[in-house]
Design a protein around this ligand. Structure first.
Ligand SMILES: N=[N+]=NCCCCNC(=O)[C@@H]1[C@H]2[C@H](O)[C@@H](O)[C@H](O)[C@@H](CO)[C@@H]12
Length: 447
């Protein structure tokens, strides 16, 4: 048995998001979000599931913080529901909504757990969507105003801020592929939305600096690792496009102040281009304190004309897949992290999400999710490799603390290290919870 020791002060944590766990969808003045509308629209979410109740975390702060304390995490990543703070997106502040997050943050601090707050994890106020949502540049300033409210309310209590979770999901998945709220299918709109999200990020970082806030701020894109099946030029180019759509499309503006030419050209071929105003790229390229990285999967890619949006096809290598169908590709974790450092420099990185979907159920009071343990073990080994290779890794937050509302999959897909019975809302720590508890306690991985 080998013991892989992680750096001293490495920050172990776990993560959730407001719409996925809180429930209380219309309690205490909360306004409608686009996910309330989407999940209440027949046919959009599997089994007609909604986030109306979810894990009812809105009413279970003490229970959930006790789980975090038992787990032994140093950090807990959660998100604020914009419609709880500004039910109409702007205008009247909803104090009961603000008070909920004060209670949550105070409980975390009392338990010696660092809050990691995501400002936007997809629950846009419906009132703003009705004025065009992220496709309307005015939403950018409403977002900065919402963020500024939280900065002023929580300065000194929350010292770790993430502006936007996964701009690829918010733009492409939600407004071109149409799989998530609001469900548009318009590439030009999706590219404009992606640009507006990056602008909202940049302007929020500027405001954070102007307010002389305590702590650090970053953004959390999802990344993918796609390698060419062969060294044939067409395979190399196809894999580069698949990675580029997810990785460089957002990371190049953030760190290089421009969109990647090869993807701009590809999207032009698809009939779309980004509408950039003169100051935009300088705003987007605001220096950040850390980069959050969400990593789940990767693939080998071979060129196939007309396949998907990038003339690329994942090669079926016979790899194990999780219960949501994603390839298990641990070496992609190492490869994407070392690639990031080569491409964008020594930016401090937190893994803000990494985890697996397995639908194990409770049997005799236990959940033997050994496949999730295997997934985490393989990915933490690759993470340890990346650290050993010089990647500036600050911490790791597994997705997710508990089974929750998995977007268009509803409650049919379980990512938690804690099982949730969605009838009774009883939480049951899984075997992976106990395993992760030991990794944290000893700051090491046994392989
Ligand atoms: N093929 N394939 N693809 C991988 C697709 C990755 C895009 N989805 C994510 O990263 C979402 C992220 C989200 O923040 C969280 O709210 C979700 O619950 C998790 C699990 O779904 C992940």
């Amino acid at each position: 048995m080998q013991k892989l020791i992680f750096p001293e002060h490495f920050q172990w944590g776990t993560a959730t998001a407001s719409y996925q766990i809180e429930g209380a969808w219309n309690a205490d003045g909360r306004g409608l979000s686009i996910w309330d509308v989407f999940s209440h629209t027949p046919g959009k979410v599997k089994n007609g599931d909604t986030g109306d109740v979810a894990c009812d975390s809105y009413h279970r702060i003490d229970e959930d913080v006790a789980l975090l304390q038992k787990l032994g995490v140093k950090v807990y990543r959660f998100s604020v529901a914009w419609p709880r703070i500004y039910p109409e997106g702007t205008g009247t502040l909803n104090k009961p909504g603000l008070d909920y997050y004060h209670r949550l943050v105070d409980a975390l601090l009392a338990a010696d757990i660092e809050p990691f707050c995501t400002l936007y994890h997809w629950d846009l106020p419906q009132a703003l969507q009705e004025k065009g949502g992220w496709d309307n540049r005015e939403t950018i300033d409403h977002f900065v105003h919402y963020a500024e409210t939280l900065f002023q309310q929580f300065n000194g209590k929350i010292k770790n801020w993430i502006t936007i979770n996964e701009p690829w999901c918010v733009s492409i998945l939600s407004n071109y592929l149409g799989a998530h709220a609001p469900g548009n299918q318009d590439l030009q709109m999706a590219l404009d939305i992606g640009h507006h999200l990056l602008l909202a990020h940049g302007k929020t970082v500027q405001r954070f600096r102007q307010l002389n806030m305590e702590g650090q701020i970053g953004i959390a894109p999802n990344v993918s690792w796609n390698e060419p099946y062969s060294n044939r030029e067409e395979d190399v180019a196809a894999a580069r496009r698949m990675r580029g759509a997810c990785n460089e499309w957002f990371l190049d503006p953030l760190f290089k102040g421009s969109y990647p030419d090869f993807m701009v050209a590809w999207y032009q071929k698809m009939g779309a281009s980004v509408n950039i105003q003169p100051e935009d790229m300088a705003i987007i390229q605001q220096p950040i304190d850390f980069l959050g990285i969400n990593y789940y999967t990767g693939s080998l890619v071979t060129y196939k004309q007309g396949e998907g949006d990038y003339d690329g096809e994942d090669v079926e290598e016979g790899r194990e897949r999780t219960d949501i169908g994603w390839n298990i590709y641990p070496e992609g974790f190492y490869n994407v992290l070392t690639w990031l450092t080569e491409q964008y420099g020594d930016v401090p990185i937190y893994i803000t999400e990494n985890g697996a979907c397995y639908n194990d159920e409770v049997q005799n009071g236990k959940v033997a999710d050994t496949r999730r343990i295997a997934y985490l073990q393989k990915h933490l080994l690759q993470l340890h490799r990346a650290i050993a290779s010089g990647v500036n890794m600050k911490g790791y937050m597994t997705w997710s603390l508990m089974d929750n509302f998995e977007w268009a999959e509803g409650y049919s897909k379980r990512f938690g290290i804690v099982h949730v019975n969605f009838e009774t809302l009883v939480r049951t720590p899984k075997q992976s919870f106990e395993w992760y508890q030991q990794v944290i306690a000893h700051n090491r991985l046994e392989v």
